[in-house]
Structures are given as structure tokens and as C-alpha cells.
Design a binder for this molecule. Structure first.
Ligand code: ADP
Ligand code: MG
Length: 406
């Protein structure tokens, strides 16, 4: 258990350095196409502002690789934050650390916000440079890490800086993510079904292995499915296959059997004659994929089976699209599973957690509200590493809460 901003009593006049994750998608003109990530930070920022803290906010945006690059400036974020936080004063400086920044931090009024430029404009950010971390630390006396999406990185603003701060706590978004993800890694309500899709076995194998210790049922879908099928001697034509992972796949199936975890691989699949939105398509049994075709989605029988599994569960974890949802013709499996989990959650029969960058993008593209699930994690890579049971440096470095006395 980590301390959160709610464990600190007196904020008045305190200088607080808050690390947020404002890494929002933008179009080619720099317009913000989705401000969910900014809106998710408002509870933390408002909490601090209302209590009279002097709030200095840092974030990264994109991958400018340690150099100033106008394309990744936080100026558009500052504009949006001003609107969302009005009437709170939001001051923006296009520098990460400079005498101007130091002066602004020193004279910042209680109850107002100072947003600095993209921390990744500094080469010391990603290298977790000690001096740069110290510079950041010199701006404030309390550190708040609210950037769950960046917590798996030991960078200067997510980890290094905390070593130079007397008080370091989690923000409300960070705390919400930790609580939700912990609830399914520690004592989830059973039966527990995990539905794991996405493109590759190689990026999900550690998660899959870890899940075998906690779940009752494990559905494997998406591109990974075909490596699992081929590993068992089934021809999958031109479907996505990672030859190097046949053994990994077989071992996982063996371990699942040992641990009494039911694995469900799709029974039918939607195949295409090309990797294209307009490709010809048909539904076949997974054992009947012709040599020149590829599986791009799960089929209707598999969808029904997975729906039944969801309806027999009290906890559902979903990570990874079940097909190439970017092509509407191959989005049915992803849509049906997203709907079924949402309905079961709304009916009060299960708790549902969604994670993964593309999974979140998929429900958005399909017009399914994240509000319909118990928790939709904002952290792509970070939520996966958390589910793998790894400790995330940006969390580890925060102060521990006192253990409850009993
Ligand atoms: P997440 O970001 O949610 O963890 P991944 O990054 O693992 O998910 O995978 C997402 C990608 O997997 C999507 O771009 C989707 O098109 C792809 N995918 C899903 N099913 C297939 C398939 N059958 N063949 C190829 N790619 C697939
Ligand atoms: Mg992804």
C-alpha cells in the first residue's frame, strides 16, 4: 500500500511537483483528438488546488528523444488544461527547467497551476540523470506521481526525482489504477475469466503465465490464437504466426492443465484472402483454413462460447482485441466481447477490468463507453507489467502507507 495525496493533511502554500501523463493523441496540426488522459487528471489537480497547494505539473508527450521539437510541445495541452480547470489560473512556461521556471515556481500563488514543457525535451529525462532529477526536485517539497501510464519507466520525472523529495505520494488516478489492478491480482472474486487477444504471443507470454496462477478460465484470441493452433499441428495458412514461440505455446497449455485452468481457443474463425479492409472473407472451422487465407477474427460460434464464459464469471479481465478491429469487417469478435462484458457488468453480475492501449482504442472506435466497465486502465504497457506481477519503478519509489493496525 502506497501513501496517496489523501494521506497528507496540510497542503496550504506547499509547492507540489505533480507528474501527470498528458500523452494524448493529436492530429497532424497538433489538435488534440482525444483528451481523456487530461480529464482523468482533473480530480488530482482539483484536490490540490482546492486545498491551496502551489501545483507544478510535468508530463511527457510523444517521443522527442531528449531534444526540443515543436511538434511535441505541451502548449496545446496547456490551452486545454486552462479550459478544463477554469477558473483556476494555469500558467505555462515553454521550458522544463530554467531560472525562469525556478522564479515562477517560487512566486506561484496558492491554488494555482504552473505547467512546464515536455520533460522528454531534456536528455536527462529518459536516462534518469541524477542532476536533472535534482533540478526537478528543487522546484517543490512534495512529489505526487499520478502518471500510471509511465510508471513502468524509471525516468527522472517518474522515479529519479522522488529520491530527492522528503514526501512522495500517489495521485488519485494512480491510486485508482493501483486499487483496481490489485483487486484482480490479489484475491479476485471467482470464477475469474481472462480474455487475452492482441497481435503477438511474444508480447503477452509473461502476462499469460502469470494469469495461470489466478484465473479459472483463459481465452486466447486475436493474432496469438494462430501460433497456439499451429503449435498443436493445425495448419493456419497465412495467419499471423510466430515460429519461435511454438514451444512457449505448448508449455503454456501444459502448465494450464497442471494448474486446472481451462484454456479456450476459438473453434471457428473469420478468414480473409488478404490483409485488407475490403478483402474477401468467410467463416471456417479453425481446422479448415486454406493455405492462402488468413484468420483475422474469431467466428460466431466462438463468440457465443466466450459470451457463455463471461456469463459464468464474477471477474473478467480483457486485454487485447480479438481480431483486426481496425478493419470494420473483422471487428465483430471484439465488438461482441466488449458488449457482453459491458452488459454483464451493468447487470451487476461481474467486475470487469480492461487494459491495453489497443483495447481501449478499440472500444472507443466501436463507440462503447468506458463507463460501462468497472475499470478501464489508462496505462497500456504499465497495466500489462502490473498484471505480470512486476513492480513498477514509479510506484515502488513512493512512500509506503502505514499498515492497518490489528
Ligand atoms: P493491446 O494494446 O490492447 O495490448 P496488442 O497491442 O497486443 O493489444 O494488439 C493489438 C493489435 O492486434 C491490433 O492492432 C489488432 O489489429 C491486432 N490483431 C488482432 N487480431 C489479429 C489477427 N487475427 N491477425 C493479426 N493481427 C491481429
Ligand atoms: Mg498495443
Amino acid at each position: 500500500m502506497k501513501k496517496t495525496i489523501q494521506d497528507i493533511v496540510d497542503w496550504h502554500n506547499k509547492r507540489v511537483l505533480v507528474r501527470e501523463d498528458f500523452n494524448v493523441p493529436q492530429d497532424e496540426h497538433g489538435n488534440i483528438t482525444n483528451d481523456t488522459r487530461i480529464r482523468e487528471t482533473l480530480p488530482t489537480l482539483k484536490y490540490l488546488v482546492e486545498r491551496g497547494a502551489r501545483v507544478i505539473v510535468v508530463s511527457h508527450l510523444g517521443r522527442p528523444k531528449g531534444k526540443v521539437d515543436a511538434k511535441y510541445s505541451l502548449a496545446p495541452i496547456a490551452e486545454r488544461l486552462k479550459k478544463l480547470m477554469a477558473p483556476t489560473p494555469v500558467l505555462y512556461i515553454d521550458k522544463v527547467f530554467s531560472p525562469e521556471v525556478q522564479a515562477a515556481a517560487d512566486t506561484l500563488k496558492p491554488g494555482s497551476i504552473l505547467l512546464l514543457e515536455n520533460v522528454r525535451f531534456e536528455p536527462g529525462e529518459e536516462s534518469n540523470d541524477r542532476q536533472f532529477a535534482q533540478n526537478l526536485a528543487s522546484l517543490a517539497e512534495i512529489y505526487v506521481n499520478d502518471a500510471f501510464g509511465a510508471a513502468h519507466r524509471a525516468h527522472a520525472s517518474t522515479e529519479g526525482v522522488a529520491h530527492f523529495m522528503p514526501v512522495k505520494v500517489a495521485g488519485l488516478l494512480m491510486a485508482k489504477e493501483i486499487a483496481a489492478l490489485s483487486s484482480i491480482t490479489v484475491k479476485p472474486e471467482k470464477p475469474y475469466t481472462a480474455i487475452i487477444g492482441g497481435s503477438k504471443v511474444s508480447t503477452k507470454i509473461t502476462v499469460l503465465e502469470h494469469l495461470l496462477d489466478v484465473v479459472d478460465n483463459l481465452v486466447i484470441g486475436g493474432g496469438m490464437l494462430y501460433t497456439f493452433l499451429k503449435a498443436q499441428g493445425i495448419d493456419v495458412g497465412k495467419s499471423l504466426v510466430e515460429d519461435a514461440h511454438f514451444e512457449t505455446a505448448r508449455q503454456l497449455l501444459d502448465k494450464a492443465a497442471e494448474k486446472n485452468v481451462l484454456i479456450y481457443l476459438a473453434s471457428d474463425t473469420v478468414i480473409a484472402d488478404a490483409f485488407q479492409a475490403e478483402a474477401n472473407k468467410k467463416v471456417v472451422l479453425v481446422t479448415d483454413i486454406p493455405p492462402d487465407w488468413m484468420g483475422l477474427d474469431i467466428g460466431p460460434d466462438s463468440i457465443e462460447h466466450i459470451k457463455q464464459m463471461i456469463r459464468n464469471s464474477k471477474t473478467v479481465l480483457w486485454n487485447g482485441p480479438l481480431g483486426v478491429f481496425e478493419f470494420p469487417a473483422f471487428a465483430n469478435g471484439t465488438r461482441a466481447v466488449a458488449e457482453a462484458i459491458a452488459e454483464w457488468t451493468e447487470a451487476g453480475f461481474c467486475k470487469s477490468i480492461l487494459g491495453g492501449g489497443d483495447t481501449v482504442a478499440a472500444i472507443e472506435q466501436l463507440g462503447i463507453s468506458p463507463e460501462r466497465y468497472t475499470h478501464v486502465s489508462t496505462g497500456g504497457g504499465a497495466s500489462l507489467e502490473f498484471l505480470e506481477g512486476r513492480s513498477l519503478p514509479g510506484i515502488t519509489v513512493l512512500d509506503n502507507a502505514l499498515a492497518p493496525a490489528h
